[in-house]
Ligand binder design. Sequence first.
Ligand SMILES: Nc1ncnc2c1ncn2[C@@H]1O[C@H](COP(=O)(O)OP(=O)(O)OP(=O)(O)O)[C@@H](O)[C@H]1O
Length: 260
Amino acid sequence: MSREWSQRRVLPDGGAAESAPPEQSTAPVLSVDGVDSGYGDVQVLDDLSLTLEQEEIACLVGPNGAGKSTVLKTVFGLLSPWEGHVRYRGEDIGGMAPEEIVRIGIGYVPQTDNVFASLTIEENLRMGGVARNDDLEPVIAELYDRFPILDEKREAKARTLSGGQRQVLAFARALVMEPDVLLIDEPSAGLAPNTADEVFADVQAVNDLGTAILMVEQNARKGLAISDTGYVLDQGSVAYTDDADALLDNPEVSRLYLGG
Ligand SMILES: Nc1ncnc2c1ncn2[C@@H]1O[C@H](COP(=O)(O)OP(=O)(O)OP(=O)(O)O)[C@@H](O)[C@H]1O
């Protein structure tokens, strides 16, 4: 997949990405700054901040209910921040609708229901591109090159895929929009260890092509092992953040959050 895709991006102010190449900007590709957020009147995130650079994989780990998925939902516009800011390339996108967020360059792979089971692989990829008004053929061809299993099964219904293959399809569907940032919720959920390793390798491959990744992962050790930066969330706030390797080596983090 070429990195030419980001040059077609439309920025939140309506300007084209060509007019503000990434190298002229020092802003992180994504930043969450002092965000409170939640459901109804139940607050989940409390003054949460993080940043993501273009080359980076950042992993959110922490106990059940800590608010990890809520971070992704707030960045993707499924929830609006009550306080604070979500910025994409320095532009405030807090409160923007998900369909607009997809268009500016942020993709989201939810944990469940992330493919259309009754549609074929090809149809799923085309659905991933409905917000584009240009020719989908070249990008889908590149995705078939990148993920040969999808090429082999392009006419098969998604429900016939294994768990790992479905996850690959879910990534590829999001990649049809050629995002600069991909939000991935628990890519290894429900997968056997070997399959999970393959999916993590795909996450790394997507990042190697230049897509920044903000990932939630229940399997904290494996998630951190492929990440540059880690955030340990606890009760809606960042309890620890560091290079992912340093978090893995931190005895307190290990004891409290990584199962010893
Ligand atoms: N749709 C919702 N409506 C109300 N409360 C919700 C909703 N989704 C999540 N919550 C609550 O928000 C809190 C944080 O949930 P979240 O899913 O962000 O946690 P998490 O860290 O991703 O944990 P898990 O691994 O269990 O999904 C939990 O208390 C959860 O019950």
